[in-house]
Write a protein that binds this ligand. Structure first.
Ligand SMILES: [Zn+2]
Length: 323
């Protein structure tokens, strides 16, 4: 399969109607109920090619979502990258200069370096910093089950548990190459009640990924408690499912230019036995380090270069009761 090409099975939204927001930042709208309550934020297009999230946020606008308590911010982050979106070259539109989701540390945001993504992150920063709850919508290169990325803290797992979807919830410490928006400031502080989740909905252009994005927004908004119940009668959140919690334990870093997986893994496969071959890296065999090892989001072929992460490995820390 050519991983560079895949269909987009839903209409990619035209964002022009959403450009002029009311926050002073383009493509960012804050809907204020004027009643006390939390500031809840749903963001799409952290990566410019992850169009299922844009579809979901546009759907919330079309449904005329309005908070009854607190505030709701709806945003599209990397619109400069998205504006270059073309279904036949999706990797060209992921970002302009660098990964928007690796710049969320104070040293980078306060630093002197400039880039398209740093400029956008600096514009969004005060809004993100004032959010009590953040949902960041993402999608994947390969068709795979949706995965909630709950971050390193118990509070992230607990929020994912309250949403009740999807089945897979992954705890991880993020990436050595830079901090994610979902880990920014108080979201990464165990003593703060502020909380954030990142959902990987499925393959970018799949109809089912768009449905997961919309459903996760609804589950998140239900949990946030800022909408009237009538909204969820008209727009039903997905049913809660038994969830499987996975802790990332290893990153498989590529050493040679001859890294090949042993099977066409797409993500969330569970390998039963320790010592099972999952890849060859040059002459080295890459094997699972423990029983019931989960393959978390293997990277696509074009990212298989020395120094990059091929796949992360996770241990199941909580599984649905059998039967
Ligand atoms: Zn992403």
């Amino acid at each position: 399969m050519d991983e560079e090409r895949y269909p987009t099975e839903f209409p990619v939204p035209d964002l022009a109607p959403y450009r002029r927001g009311n926050t002073g930042v383009d493509y960012v709208h804050t809907l204020d109920s004027s009643a006390p309550g939390p500031h809840v934020m749903i963001n799409a297009l952290t990566h410019g090619n992850e169009v299922c999230g844009a579809y979901a946020v546009a759907q919330l606008f079309r449904w005329l979502v309005r908070p009854a308590r607190g505030r709701l911010t709806l945003s599209f982050a990397n619109v400069d990258a998205f504006s270059r979106f073309a279904a036949d070259r999706p990797s060209a539109t992921r970002w302009v200069d660098e990964d928007f989701n690796r710049v969320w540390s104070t040293d980078k945001l306060d630093g002197a370096r400039q880039s398209s993504e740093l400029a956008r992150a600096r514009a969004l920063r005060p809004i993100v910093a004032s959010a009590d709850l953040l949902l960041d919508l993402h999608s994947m290169h390969l068709p795979a089950p949706p995965v909630m990325i709950a971050g390193p803290l118990a509070k992230g797992r607990e929020l994912a548990r309250r949403l009740g979807v999807p089945e897979f919830v992954v705890s991880d410490a993020g990436h050595a190459s830079g901090a994610r928006m979902r880990d920014y400031g108080p979201f990464g502080d165990p003593s703060s009640a502020r909380n954030a989740l990142l959902i990987e909905c499925g393959q970018h252009g799949e109809r089912v990924a768009a449905d997961v994005a919309v459903g996760t927004c609804l589950a998140f908004l239900r949990e946030a408690g800022i909408l009237d119940a009538s909204f969820f009668v008209a727009h039903r959140p997905p049913a809660r499912v038994p969830q499987r919690f996975i802790q990332v334990t290893h990153a498989v870093t590529i050493k040679t230019d001859r890294f090949v997986f042993a099977a066409p893994y797409t993500g969330m496969e569970t390998i039963a036995k320790a010592g099972t071959l999952i890849a060859h890296d040059g002459d080295e065999r890459v094997v699972t380090p423990y029983d019931e090892c989960v393959l978390v989001m293997p990277g696509p072929h074009r990212y298989r270069k020395p120094g990059l992460t091929a796949v992360r490995l996770g241990r199941v820390i909580e599984a649905p009761a059998a039967g």
